[in-house]
Design a protein around this ligand. Structure first.
Ligand SMILES: Cc1cc2nc3c(=O)[nH]c(=O)nc-3n(C[C@H](O)[C@H](O)[C@H](O)COP(=O)(O)O)c2cc1C
Length: 362
């Protein structure tokens, strides 16, 4: 079904097709037709950060920035949805065109620039939705907020989404907001993490509910920088890390008519690089913090590779655009097979990095 629709959708400009697909999905959901469109996804429950996920394959941030399509996306078999990125105030994002498909490479280049309707709109949508699965909300800063004041935007968003989110992801890694990625390093990172942790503690008391906070990082950093980030996250007792966002790399798609478009590259050309980042990160974190692996999951093999590299959960975006909802089940099956083979050989192998340490009280 999706393959047929894809032929039509891919004849349209990428952003038009994106919006139309989500509108059609929502219409199908409202008419209770979603079950005809989707293949059932097997259960593979996992527990991460104290949250129970029906399966480890989630939707990555950016597809439903405003939470306008939660119920429809929630019927596609994902183990969890991550909405956003939202910013405190609505903003239009970059001028169009800003989204490019590189079909031969199963890749996307985007420079959307956090186009979104603002955090209040998203929170309203979450409250209205019937979705009862695990919900992550990804937060960012407005374009016109100086990087030195970014922490204020994150705090505003954290306060607003905390009561309705199961976990919150702090996006420090979009390449399309000037200066944002600088927040991943040095004192700026340490100060931001300390503030977020403090706010999280206060919000926990206020709402009598602990909501894990994760940090989303870019793939474009040296090993040294990556280890520095990992150490800072551990020190600040952050709950988890999402790796990775899109890359500025262009070598894998060089020669393509869109290769020189500014923005972040995602999809198949990102697979290996982001898996390597997950592997190095998981090794450094040594099971003390979970990793959500995202970047170039386009089939079961690439989903399994993220799990084997140490990811406790995975997310997909570009692969979903090229393969449709079938990819969710394929990814769950592949990860399930890895888990089963691990159980069989458990007595012989060393513990995997993705088996996150339980704290004593758990
Ligand atoms: C069009 C588009 C928009 C995106 N917007 C966001 C966003 O708002 N926030 C975010 O954290 N990541 C965003 N991402 C990054 C994805 O969540 C994901 O990290 C990245 O695309 C790598 O995964 P993939 O190869 O499966 O697409 C976006 C990606 C694409 C393609």
């Amino acid at each position: 079904m999706y393959r047929l629709a894809r032929n039509l959708l891919f004849k349209m400009p990428a952003e038009t097709a994106h919006e139309l697909t989500l509108d059609l999905l929502s219409a199908a959901s409202r008419l209770k037709l979603a079950s005809f469109l989707n293949t059932p996804v097997p259960d593979q429950p996992v527990e991460v950060m104290g949250l129970k996920f029906p399966n480890p394959v989630g939707l990555a941030a950016g597809l439903d920035k405003n939470g306008d399509h939660i119920d429809a996306l929630g019927e596609l078999g994902f183990g969890f949805l991550e909405l956003g990125t939202v910013t405190p105030r609505p903003q239009p994002g970059n001028p169009k065109p800003r989204l490019f498909r590189l079909v031969e490479h199963e890749a996307i280049i985007n420079r959307m620039g956090f186009n979104n309707m603002g955090v209040d709109h998203l929170v309203r949508n979450v409250k209205r939705s019937n979705y009862r699965g695990v919900l992550g909300i990804n937060i960012g800063k407005n374009l016109d907020t100086p990087v030195e004041k970014a922490v204020d935007d994150y705090v505003i968003c954290l306060h607003k989404v905390y009561p309705v989110a199961d976990y919150v992801t702090v996006n420090l890694s979009s390449p399309n907001t000037p200066g944002l990625r600088n927040l991943q390093f040095g004192d700026m990172l340490k100060e931001l993490l300390a503030t977020l942790k403090q706010e999280q503690k206060q919000l926990e008391q206020k709402h009598d509910r602990y909501v894990p906070v994760m940090i989303k990082i870019a793939p474009d950093m040296t090993d040294e920088e990556l280890y520095e980030v990992a150490d800072a996250l551990l020190l600040a007792e952050i709950d988890g890390v999402v790796a990775t966002n899109t890359t500025l790399e262009r070598d894998p798609v060089s020669g393509h008519e869109h290769a020189c478009e500014a923005g972040g590259l995602s999809g198949a050309p990102l697979t290996e690089h982001s898996t390597e980042i997950v592997r190095k990160l998981a090794e450094r974190l040594a099971g003390k913090m979970p990793v959500i692996g995202v970047g170039g999951i386009v089939d079961g093999t690439s989903a399994a590779a993220k799990y084997q590299a140490g990811a406790s959960l995975v997310q997909i975006y570009s692969g979903f655009v090229f393969k449709g909802p079938e990819l969710v089940g394929e990814a769950v099956d592949a990860i399930t097979a890895c888990m089963k083979s691990e159980v069989k050989t458990d007595s012989e192998v060393k513990p995997e990095a993705h088996k996150v340490e339980q704290s004593p009280e758990e």
